[in-house]
Design a protein around this ligand. Structure first.
Ligand SMILES: [Zn+2]
Length: 63
């Protein structure tokens, strides 16, 4: 769900084509393993999953 520089409007859902942005996207957090979390970003209109992100807690990063 990245903004297209040629299209400054809100990002559009790939499934239903309706605008989805950070103010209306549905976030679904869950712990998929011990200390590993996943967040799904879900279209509020059609419930398509737009993007996943996951991260670990309790682990120091080297970036
Ligand atoms: Zn949608």
């Amino acid at each position: 769900m990245r903004a297209d520089p040629r299209n400054p409007g809100p990002p559009l859902c790939k499934s239903c084509g309706k605008p989805v942005d950070w103010s209306n996207v549905v976030r679904d957090h869950r712990e998929i393993q011990h200390h590993v979390f996943e967040c799904a970003y879900i279209c509020p209109h059609c419930r398509a999953i737009l993007e996943f992100s996951s991260w670990q807690t309790g682990v120091s990063r080297k970036d």
